[in-house]
Design a protein around this ligand. Structure first.
Ligand SMILES: *[C@@H]1O[C@H](CO)[C@@H](O)[C@H](O)[C@H]1NC(C)=O
Ligand SMILES: *[C@@H]1O[C@H](CO)[C@@H](O)[C@H](O)[C@H]1NC(C)=O
Ligand SMILES: *[C@@H]1O[C@H](CO)[C@@H](O)[C@H](O)[C@H]1NC(C)=O
Ligand SMILES: *[C@@H]1O[C@H](CO)[C@@H](O)[C@H](O)[C@H]1NC(C)=O
Ligand SMILES: *[C@@H]1O[C@H](CO)[C@@H](O)[C@H](O)[C@H]1NC(C)=O
Ligand SMILES: *[C@@H]1O[C@H](CO)[C@@H](O)[C@H](O)[C@H]1NC(C)=O
Length: 490
């Protein structure tokens, strides 16, 4: 499959600059099927460098296409670059967005669907149709001004968003001027909603008046299906729920309300039944309390992998068992905020990531990293000792391993860590390359809460890791004008 998603430019929406793609906000759907090879040609019409990343797309053996500051040179203004990658052995709901310069706060994002190949059954009946719902917090101000302020002014970090947008649209408010999101359904039919939190920092709770949500998928895994009244979605996460239009013909509220923040805002759209002439009415559906940690934790724990559903391959996705795995290394990561050289920074184990002029992956390839980074300088334990992790109820200790779900844990790209709590993640490093581990909270990411894991394989067999693409960009110490530039591998 080839697609041409090009041309970014500015438009004015809501008195704020918005990054559009092909004139659209959100950008166009990338509608793919497992193993498709995508060609995505990006023309940068912004006035600053740009990179896209494909949130949750595995980039199997190919970190050259990941589109983050540690893997790729940015696409400079008025130039274009073509990403070519295969959506290898993957299904599910994802999204793309600009990964550098805080641009995601201004839009530039769009949905990605990866369908099963025809030969592999989907573990639920084919829905009538699908909706992509990209929902997230929105700041009315200029993102360039805000990102400058974030580094300088401690209080800027606590600036709260002004709204929650649904697919770029303002909350329904009953006025005729407001352009709000409205999804059209037929009574009796079932629809798949692919919901992503594409915001900067707010978690939200999603629900639809009088309708159940049947959770079926998270970021590439079919879940054991569970009916829910509402669903917490944290920044960077994607879910599919099935919704059956089983109520009286009418209009119903679709709500996404803020969680874990001192701000009470909500995205509001409308589920519109064919032939309905009644505007939305009645009370909006109840949400769990915004700071109800028990609700959130219990819901998160109830989401598990369906071990008998095939996903990308005909064999069930659960054949990859974690029950008997003996981890070869344990990293304990602890994050906090502090000033370094007068600048606000986020640190992980006392280290903060600064965007290098030369991408780590490029330096790795052309010079074995030399002159750009050194290996293993990263402390794999918090510098203040492990006891700092979690609160009294939630301290992590090696004994906490006994509480892990080793039977059917969900496989996903983005996991939440609740305030003063911990989350354990198991990673199987079978994918050589330079891999980005980041906070999806845009402020934290921008201030340095990011690191790279280099998965090294001495065997240069391209079946293990792909060579760099023919259109590899050079920058930093390998800038074309630089004298000592070695030639990139073919
Ligand atoms: C997306 O691709 C699937 C599989 O080819 C197809 O059935 C569906 O109609 C496509 N949807 C859109 C919106 O293009
Ligand atoms: C896109 O980039 C290529 C490679 O740099 C260049 O040759 C081509 O002219 C560019 N196309 C346009 C339309 O700018
Ligand atoms: C809408 O109303 C028309 C006319 O009564 C009817 O033919 C049609 O089936 C209705 N559509 C739905 C989805 O109920
Ligand atoms: C798991 O997937 C199978 C399809 O392989 C499906 O029949 C079953 O209903 C699913 N189980 C749950 C709990 O969702
Ligand atoms: C944390 O890093 C700073 C430098 O940024 C250093 O001065 C300090 O000693 C480090 N703290 C510990 C406990 O290692
Ligand atoms: C590059 O680094 C790896 C370890 O990461 C090492 O095994 C290898 O010998 C180095 N190669 C060169 C040419 O320095």
């Amino acid at each position: 499959m080839a697609a041409d998603y090009s041309s970014l430019k500015w438009i004015l929406v809501w008195a704020a600059l918005v990054i559009t793609i092909n004139g659209m906000f959100p950008g166009p759907l990338i509608n793919a099927t497992t193993n498709d090879v995508l060609h995505i040609n990006v023309f940068n019409l912004l006035d600053e460098p740009l990179l896209f990343t494909w949130n949750g797309i595995q980039q199997r053996l190919n970190s050259w296409q990941d589109g983050v500051s540690g893997t790729n040179c940015p696409i400079m203004p008025s130039t274009n670059w073509t990403y070519v990658f295969q959506i290898k052995d993957q299904i599910g709901s994802f999204f793309y967005f600009p990964s550098i310069n805080f641009q995601k706060a201004a839009g530039g994002y769009g949905p990605i669907r990866v369908h099963n190949r025809d030969v592999i059954p989907v573990p639920f009946p084919k829905p009538e149709s699908e909706f992509d719902l990209l929902i997230g917090d929105w700041y009315a101000g200029d993102y360039k001004y805000y990102r400058t302020l974030l580094k300088k002014d401690e209080s800027a970090y606590d600036v709260l968003p002004d709204a929650i947008l649904m697919n770029g649209k303002a909350p329904y408010d009953g006025s005729e001027q407001t352009v709000y999101e409205s999804l059209f359904v037929d009574q009796g039919k079932t629809y798949r909603f692919r919901i992503s939190n594409i915001g900067s920092s707010l978690s939200f709770n999603f629900r639809i008046q009088n309708h159940k949500l049947l959770l079926v998928e998270t970021e590439g895994s079919y879940t054991n299906q569970i009916p829910l009244d509402s669903l917490d979605v944290h920044v960077g996460q994607s879910y599919s729920v099935l919704v059956t239009a089983d109520q009286f013909v009418g209009d119903y509220y679709i709500v996404a309300s803020s969680k874990y923040a001192d701000v009470n805002i909500e995205g509001l759209g409308v589920l519109h039944y064919s032939n309905s002439s009644t505007p939305v009415n009645g009370p909006k559906p109840d949400a769990p309390l915004a700071f109800d940690l028990d609700f959130s934790v219990n819901q998160a724990k109830s989401i598990s992998l369906n071990l008998t559903a095939g996903a990308a391959r005909p064999n069930p996705q659960g054949t990859f068992k974690v029950t008997n795995v003996i981890p070869s290394q344990t990293f304990i990561l602890e994050s906090s905020r502090r000033k370094i050289n007068g600048e606000m920074r986020l640190v992980v184990n006392n280290m903060s990531y600064s965007t290098p002029e030369t991408p780590l992956k490029l330096a790795d390839h052309l010079r074995n990293g030399s002159g750009v980074y050194t290996l293993d300088q990263f402390p794999i334990r918090p510098v203040n000792g492990e006891n700092a992790i979690g609160d009294k109820d939630g301290d992590w200790t090696p004994a906490s391993r006994n509480s892990y779900n080793l039977l059917n844990p969900i496989v996903r790209s983005t996991t939440q860590v609740y305030p003063n709590r911990w989350t354990a993640v198991y990673v199987f490093l079978d994918n050589p390359g330079m891999w980005n581990l980041r906070s999806q909270n845009l402020k934290n990411w921008f201030l340095g809460e990011e690191l790279y894991i280099r998965v090294f394989d001495a065997d240069l067999n391209p079946a293990k890791e792909r060579p760099p693409p023919g259109n590899l960009l050079l920058c930093g110490i390998f800038n074309q004008s630089n004298v000592s530039t070695p030639a990139p591998a073919p």
